[in-house]
Structure formats: C-alpha cells, structure tokens
Design a protein around this ligand. Structure first.
Ligand SMILES: [Zn+2]
Length: 392
C-alpha cells in the first residue's frame, strides 16, 4: 500500500440555524482517517454561515470528506451535488444516512453516481442488531465494499461495521490508492469531424452482438427503483456496455459515445478515436459526442494487439475468465497494465494475440477478438458481479 500522507477537509455533524451539533460518530471516523493519512481538518457541526463558508472552501480542496447533516426543511440539500460541478478533479467522499435501510444498494450507488462521489459511506442501524447502534460501510460507485485495514469490530453479513475508527481507516486506505489514479483528457479534432468507418470495417454483425450484450447487462446489473429521487429518469450508468471496432486500414477505432442508450446502439452511436499516441496523451476524437470513458484503455489495447479488431467492456463478470489483481475505477489508465499482466500470463505474443476475455477486479470484463464470431461465446457466460463485492 502506498505511503501517501494528506490533510483533507472533513465536514460532518449537524449544521442548522441553532448553531448545530457535533457527532461522535464523525469524530471517530475522522480519527481513523488521520491515523492513516497523518492529518485531517475536521469541522464537526456548526451554524449555517459556517457551512456556506465550508462549501466555498470545498471548491478549492484536493480531497473532501463531505458528510454534514442539514435538516431537510432548511435547504432540501446539503450542497453535495455542487462540489464536483465546481471542483471536478477533487476526490469526493460523501455519506448516505440509511437508518431504516430503506435504500437498497443500487440506490446508494445511484446517489454516488449522481454526486460523482469517489466513495460513499453508508450509515445504517441494521434491524437484527436491535440496540440502535450505528454501523457503517465504505462503498465505491461500482459497489465494491472496502475492508482493507485491521480489526473491523462487529460486522454484519453485508460488511457493515460498528467500529467507526476502522471505517475511517478504510476510507483513508482507498484515498491513498485513488490519489494515484491517472486519466486522460478527450479532445475533439476538427480534422476528424464527419469521419465514417470504411466499408471493410463490417460492423453490422458486431453492432447486433453489442445490442445482445446490452440486453444481458441490463438483466444482470442491479437497478435502482428510486431513479426519480436522485437523477430524474436516466437509467443506471453503463448498462449499455462499451463496444468498439477497428477501422481496417485506418489509424482509428470506433467506440460507443458516452452514455449511449442500450436501445439505441446503431452505427451513428460510434465515435472515431485515433489509435496513435501513448497511454498518457489526449484521446483525439471526431464529432460532437465524446467517446465513452473506456476509450483510453481500448486505445492502448488496439495499439498493443494489432490482430484485435473488436472489443467490448461491460460491468458484469464472465464465468471462469482470468482476473486482474487490483480494483481500479472505470477508465483509469492503471487498468492497462493490469490487463497486460494477465495477457502476459497467457504466453501469446502481443502481435499474435487474436482473442482474449479478462475479468477486471471489482469492475467487470473486457473481451477482444479478431472476428465477431469469436466473441459470441461470452453471451452465454455472463454473470452478475457480487453486490456488494468485498475488497480486502
Ligand atoms: Zn467500466
């Protein structure tokens, strides 16, 4: 585990017109965070003016643990949704109070996706405990639950712990990993505007296959019944998957546009992306739709594996496929090396590799092939990821 130190801003406790109230639970969580990161600037409860000042401060922070309790009657919101809008590159750790367990896991995930939280701490009072004790667990938007450190205290079967210091340590351990995550920017190239794939790309079969995959993903990825509450009627992210194909003879591949609808995968859903460039260079694409977040990973794989012409990534597992070691977020560059390590284990030279199916730990799978029929086997071997999936 990397030894990263930090001194993040943490806001918790109650904020109201009467000057608020500190929370002993938040204090314990903060102690755990500090134990690992070496520091934490905790503001635990206060008046509404203070909270407004803290929001402004959060817009300039690198790491923000935003867990204030604000009575609904005052704001209807605790500013959480604005933090990533103003400060998109911060690491945001939010919380969701779920005392009566009214919200199911997909609802908590939806909350994390809507607020662009990198982690969410779910606080609950599991009914089987019956003593009103608060339990908590640390989740990411892909439903991984983190149990990385030491003694968890009393645990429930769903990995809720009653030891808040341990919860804080788990937040901090995951922050240390997330701080190392690298991504690339996407840049629209006017010279690629209006580019369409050549006739010899033959994507018709592949698009049919991608649609069938999307139907399977939709069956297997847990959905929230509460979309109206957090994000209007948009569907849970990524159920369409991330299909792409190589443009024969060209230096481009075509990948589905960002947030494509599963009912809507058609030739015009695909965005041209240049294969050239190293792993860290910008993703260059054509047209007015951004390519999917998985583009940097697939660009690198098209570069390394010249025989691979089709790829698909989705957030389910393929039964018995080899698996990467570490969970990394969707679209982060670390995943490229994780995948290459598994391919190295297959003992086929990159130049000769003509198909692969790899599970991505805590994330999903990626599969590639020279021809479409070689990919079709995965359709009968998809399985839902555990929800939550334990990472320890
Ligand atoms: Zn993904």
């Amino acid at each position: 585990m990397p030894k990263i130190t930090a001194n993040p801003l943490m806001v918790g406790g109650t904020f109201d017109a009467a000057g608020g109230k500190p929370s002993t639970i938040i204090e314990e969580v903060a102690r755990g965070v500090k134990h690992i990161l070496g520091g934490v600037r905790l503001i635990n409860g206060g008046g509404l003016d203070l909270l407004s000042a803290l929001v402004a401060q959060a817009y300039n922070e690198e790491i923000v643990l935003w867990m204030p309790h604000v009575p609904n009657t005052l704001f209807g919101s605790n500013f959480l949704p604005t933090i990533k809008k103003v400060n998109p590159h911060c690491l945001l750790i939010s919380s969701k109070a779920n005392p009566a367990m009214k919200y199911k896991l997909p609802d908590i995930m939806q909350h994390a996706l809507f607020n662009h939280s990198n982690l969410v701490v779910e606080f609950s009072i599991p009914p089987e405990r019956g003593e009103g004790r608060v339990f908590a667990r640390v989740l990411d938007p892909l439903a991984n639950v983190y149990a990385l450190d030491g003694e968890p205290g009393e645990m429930t079967t769903d990995y809720f712990s009653d030891c808040m210091g341990w919860v804080g340590k788990n937040i901090a351990r995951r922050i240390q990993v997330l701080k190392l995550i690298r991504r690339t920017k996407s840049v629209r190239l006017p010279s690629m505007h209006g580019l369409t794939f050549g006739e010899d790309a033959h994507p018709t079969d592949f698009i049919e296959f991608a649609k069938k995959c999307a139907e399977k993903f939709d069956e297997l990825i847990p959905k929230t019944a509460m979309t109206h509450r957090f994000v209007g009627n948009t569907s849970f992210r990524c159920t369409a998957g991330f299909p792409s194909f190589r443009d024969q003879g060209g230096n481009n591949f075509y990948i589905s546009k960002r947030n494509v609808d599963k009912k809507d995968i058609k030739p015009s859903s695909f965005v041209p992306v240049q294969i050239s460039g190293n792993e860290n260079s910008n993703i260059c694409y054509g047209g007015y739709n951004k390519p999917s977040v998985d583009s940097p990973i697939q660009r690198a794989l098209y570069h390394y594996f010249p025989k691979i012409n089709y790829m698909i990534h989705g957030h389910v597992y393929i039964t018995n496929a080899p698996k990467t070691k570490w969970p990394v977020p969707c679209g982060s560059l670390q995943e490229i090396n994780e995948i290459l390590e598994v391919v190295d284990g297959m003992k086929v030279g990159y130049a000769l590799l003509d198909s692969f199916v790899i599970n991505l730990n805590g994330h999903g799978f990626i599969a590639g092939a020279e021809k479409v029929p070689e990919l079709k086997g995965i359709l009968n071997n998809m399985e839902a990821r555990p929800a939550p999936e334990l990472q320890n």
